[in-house]
Write a protein that binds this ligand. Structure first.
Ligand SMILES: *Cc1c(COP(=O)(O)O)cnc(C)c1O
Length: 414
């Protein structure tokens, strides 16, 4: 009889815990919570922090410390883990992109730090070059420094585009297969002209080895999200790379004010949370995690695949969000549902479930397309497909997802 074994003090602490229980507060406020079978989407609150991260946030919240000292110590330790000269915790990969570029532009010149984002007449460089297929919407982070983006397609065009205003050569890993220039050649041109080379790997973990791979390759700046697969705070990320650039980047970041990065504040709890998340993530048994994902996705597939009119396939994206994706499609002659109907059924069910869009590239258009770009959402109406992922599911939820999908399809059978 477990309740009898609990002493008075632990009952009290349980009551205290439940009084600040977040899901109750979400309930109280009438905010819908759901099973996330869609993935690490920012507008769906990304990922759930690792329990050790939550504990770290709680435990560190009752102490004061000096923010620079904390960033110094955490940064040093993270740099060792990720094989870079230096690292700092930022308010996400996007923040790392702005701050890293700011560091390149200003160096340690405080006057320049205050001048950003107004580059004209300051002597600062003002252009970032990337491949046309790598110029996605997150590159807005670079515009925040006052820089413009110049796009090229070939090595010849790249060499022609480089000039005295070129601050950085940027590479988008998730689009590595879309460009004509590969990582090695991009890096080699940076070395040849002595221009820093950066890479956005925000959503490229797993595999875990990507955390250090691009530092090992010689990229001068590497940008990574903390609130995706790593399960750190949603509002955290990492800037990794050359020591002198990261030192300079921090001049544009809090705790200092009067700079372009003052709004990129990360509190001490999140800095520590990011650090612990990274440590935990690196220590995870990734093979075991992968086989767990496979068995859960197979379970869900088996629940639906024999329903009349259904076809299923499991795909693993080659780049970005590399986890098994179950694509379920169906013949409207047998099942009267659109993909949109199905997602709405699942959303309105109990428990509520969010499923992913199918038929769209996983990146970059899909994240937030339903809430941000109504034009894209409209084009999805008639598609008889959904995507299911299991990497953001909590223990046992795969069974609920399988059951609810089966119910929804069975109910819609003609
Ligand atoms: C998610 C993402 C970002 C932004 O990362 P945040 O950590 O949310 O700031 C940037 N680039 C790519 C490719 C992403 O997928």
């Amino acid at each position: 009889m477990a309740p009898l074994a609990i002493g008075a003090s632990s009952i009290k602490s349980m009551a205290e815990t439940s009084s600040v229980n977040e899901s109750n507060l979400l309930n109280e406020l009438g905010v819908r919570t759901f099973i996330n079978a869609a993935g690490t989407l920012t507008y769906m609150s990304g990922s759930l922090m690792h329990p050790e991260v939550v504990k770290t946030i709680k435990d560190s919240s009752t102490h004061f410390c000096m923010m620079d000292e904390l960033q110094d110590k955490v940064g040093e330790s993270i740099a060792t883990m990720v094989h870079s000269e230096a690292a700092t915790v930022t308010s996400g990969a996007f923040s790392a992109m702005t701050l890293g570029l700011a560091g390149i532009l200003t160096g340690n010149d405080l006057k320049k730090v205050e001048q950003l984002p107004h580059l004209a007449g300051t002597g600062m460089k003002s252009e970032v070059i990337c491949q046309k297929s790598h110029d996605e919407r997150y590159n807005h982070a670079f515009l925040n420094t006052g820089c413009t983006i110049v796009t090229v397609e070939t090595i010849e065009e790249l060499e022609k585009a480089i000039n005295e205003k070129t601050a950085m050569l940027h590479f988008l890993n998730i689009a590595a297969d879309k460009g004509k220039i590969n990582h090695e050649d991009w890096l080699a041109i940076g070395k040849k002209y002595n221009i820093p080379v950066s890479i956005d790997i925000a959503a490229d973990v797993p595999p875990v080895s990507n955390i250090w791979k691009f530092n090992d390759m010689g990229f001068d700046l590497v940008f990574l999200s903390g609130g995706k697969a790593i399960r750190g705070p949603q509002s955290a990320g990492l800037l990794m790379g050359r020591k002198h650039i990261i030192e300079a980047a921090r001049l544009s970041a809090p705790p200092r004010g009067f700079n372009v990065g003052r709004a990129h504040k990360v509190n001490k709890e999140e800095i520590l949370g990011m650090y612990v998340a990274l440590k935990k993530y690196i220590a995870t048994d990734h093979e075991k995690e992968w086989s767990q994902w496979e068995s859960e996705i197979n379970f869900i597939e088996n629940e639906v695949k024999n329903i009349k009119g259904i076809s299923t396939k499991i795909i693993i994206p080659a780049l970005g969000n590399i986890t098994p994706n179950l694509i379920i499609s169906w013949d409207p002659a047998y099942i009267q549902l659109t993909g949109k109907d199905l997602r709405e059924n699942l959303r309105n069910g109990n428990p509520s479930i969010e499923a992913g869009f199918a038929g769209l590239p996983l990146y970059p258009n899909q994240a937030g397309s339903e809430s941000i770009d109504p034009k894209i959402a409209a084009t999805l109406k008639g598609e008889n497909r959904v995507t299911i992922t299991v990497w953001m599911l909590q223990q046992g939820e795969y069974k609920i997802v399988g059951k609810k999908l089966k119910e929804a399809f069975t109910n819609a059978l003609v």
